[in-house]
Ligand binder design. Structure first.
Ligand SMILES: [Zn+2]
Length: 294
């Protein structure tokens, strides 16, 4: 999955530090993240500064990845340092922003199948940059916010309001009926592949209640024996996904919510479609069910 980046691990603690020329830059716009044209590689600060003449852009510390000392050394990665620090490029405006020669912009979601830790770094950077972009002004009094020097937060100098990054919890439910799994397909355009029932946790409910409610709302099915599988940070949509399995309780007749789904079908364990990539908890759960592990 996207968060499984061994032998690396993500250290998300905020550090009040300035970038070094060798640190990496996460430069995101609506067109995507800046990568080298011929390889999935982020620019280092030195490369990025040589191109970015704009004085309305600042580099903000984001996070770092560290290679665990006890992890076995992969020969292909043997030349990498034991720590990589990432800085987010934040700009006041994207107007007239060009892509430098030798570089390209790619949607972070397109990086999902790549080897770790780039997909996780890009997805987390997208989550952070959207948050920074939406926190320019105080939601309480309207004053311009400023960045905290001590923690990952935005402060209002006028009313004292403090804004922290927002993470939206959502549930993913693998509904099973003996050797069958319920697969769904979103109704929205461009949703080509099967997924599992999923939805956001609403105000005032537990993740377990959200799971039962989403299954009922989207498919009209009742569930029982809800069991926690695992969780996953999914910066591409700013969420923390919480995965469950559940058994069908009663009738298997689907009553589809066509505003959300175009399809919901029972598929036997040995007839499940192949998973295009295993970066998401949804695909991981489908694969594990097909192997008899869920
Ligand atoms: Zn305020």
């Amino acid at each position: 999955m996207i968060q499984d980046i061994a032998p690396w691990r993500l250290d998300n603690a905020f550090l009040p530090i300035e970038p070094d020329v060798r640190d990496l830059v996460l430069d995101l716009t609506a067109e995507g993240i800046l990568l080298a044209e011929n390889e999935p590689r982020l620019p280092c600060v030195e490369e990025w500064r040589a191109w970015s003449p704009s004085d309305n852009t600042s580099l903000i510390y984001a996070f770092r990845v560290i290679r665990d000392e006890n992890a076995s050394c992969d020969e292909d990665e043997g030349s990498l340092a034991d720590e990589r620090r990432f800085f987010l490029a934040l700009r006041d405006s994207e107007a007239s922003l060009s892509v430098p020669e030798g570089w390209r912009r790619t949607p972070p979601s397109a990086l999902r199948p790549l080897p770790s830790p780039l997909p996780l770094a890009a997805a987390t950077a997208l989550h952070l940059s959207r948050w920074y972009d939406a926190r320019r002004f105080c939601g309480r009094c309207g004053s311009a916010l400023r960045r905290s020097e001590r923690e990952r937060a935005m402060l209002c100098p006028a009313c004292g309001n403090v804004e922290y990054p927002v993470i939206a919890p959502c549930v993913i439910v693998a509904v099973t009926d003996k050797d069958r799994l319920l697969l769904t397909r979103y109704a929205r355009a461009g949703a080509p592949r099967f997924v599992l029932v999923a939805g956001f946790v609403e105000i005032g409910e537990t993740a377990e209640q959200a799971a039962a409610r989403e299954v009922m709302e989207e498919t009209g099915l009742k569930i029982k024996r809800l069991r926690y599988v695992g969780s996953q940070p999914w910066g591409l949509s700013g969420t923390l996904a919480i995965g469950f399995t559940a058994e069908l309780d009663g009738s298997d007749r689907v009553c589809l919510d066509t505003s959300e789904l175009s399809e919901a079908v029972w598929v036997k364990r040995d007839a499940l479609p192949p998973c295009p990539d295993l970066s998401s908890l949804t695909m991981d759960m489908i694969l594990r069910f097909s192997r008899g592990e869920l």
